[in-house]
Design a protein around this ligand. Sequence first.
Ligand code: GLN
Length: 484
Amino acid sequence: MLHTLSIGELAEQLASRRISSVELTRHFLARIERLNPSLNALITLTADGALASASAADARLAAGERAPLLGIPLIHKDIFCTDGVRTSCGSRMLDNFVAPYDATVVTRLKAAGAVMLGKANMDEFAMGSSNETSFYGPVKNPWNTAKVPGGSSGGSAAAMAARFAPYTTGTDTGGSIRQPAALTGVTGIKPTYGRVSRYGLIAFASSLDQAGVFARSAADAAPVLQAMAGFDPRDSTSVDTPVPDYGAMLDAPLRGLKIGLLREFFEGLEPRNAALIHDALKVYTALGAVTVEVSLPHLPLSVPTYYVVAPAEASSNLSRFDGVRFGYRCEQPKDLADLYKRSRGEGFGPEVKRRIMTGTYVLSAGYFDAYYLKAQRVRRLITDDFRAAFAKVDLLIGPTTPTPAFDIGAKIDDPVTMYLNDIYTIGANLAGLPGLSLPCGFVDALPMGLQLMGPHFSEGKLLGAAHRYQLETDWHMRTPQGYE
Ligand code: GLN
């Protein structure tokens, strides 16, 4: 069964020519065609393009080229611009938008020999925690199709959990890789802000957005992040520091590793969730890690801070969608104002409008100091708290989400309850830190995630700590029934 193999095993089979990339691609395309209708995880299938890239990869393999991702299929979140392929960002606004260029993430993975199978469903403009705000309808969680897969990269996470590809891409502005990874039982890493280029990634909140990976395991995520990461002159916030060899860091011993337990994360944590985190800690202490309790006193302010900063940036970023040059345009506008008003009114869904209105309000002259400026100050305090914590510990550990996947429809009419799903993930975005979620058990027969956070540019350490845990446990190997 080709979809049960790791990226390393697939690369080996391709290298020894036991399978071809075309065969592998056909296997995943058939799987998607059969199983996607009940999940709605993919919104665009690029079968012809995939087979063409697979043949090209086979030619490179036949010529003796060897590379970790050469000939291996993937699925991109539909937030990444893909040359010649519809890039909708989950919105009616961009339903007719065919990108004229590739995002840097797409370019780099193409160069590495990746084969794109299609584009994954997502919350509209990446705003959401349940993948219910998509213009294309909700994504279902493969563990239980009455449940959400999390958001906003819900399509990428569900596709990974259903083994529609060996890996998928996502973006994380406030938790959108880690949260859906947790709710679908896969491994997801959000790198340090600036580690991966944002060029060609449709902007939601530019000071928070970061691209990352969903994979079965940390060992599988390592070569993908390796290919994606690095300086890009086309993104002014991309950081020019060398990318370490993540694969070589996977086996780093954990003896003496100082793991911080965030007091704020454990206060009020649901007992079954807390028990899973404590079980995971036992694995780490058996491997020689030591635990230290730490406190980040300003962390409880992260959700309100985020919901000022992110909508402010979104309101500015989304002003470009005006019906003039590309995207949705209303029928027969009376004049320019009518064109703007109706194109935006009809092209955006309710959550996006809510964010634009909130953002415009907090940036308006009379309220800027009271909201936006205040939020930026609190953001600095939260960042300083993390800095102080990382002076004492190597990594922080805690839950990824407060609950397992919830019912579709349960929270969509209550934005504040929905926003609280990201209570454990938003801090890392505000401080620009890397975070990783990995499966650590089940509650009510639904997967739960363990979150690791580290200092800036500690992706290698996070992947290593996750890998060591995954050598001792098999949570990441479990697949939902019907998707084995
Ligand atoms: N759920 C958060 C929001 O709705 C985070 C989304 C994200 O990370 N893209 O804004």
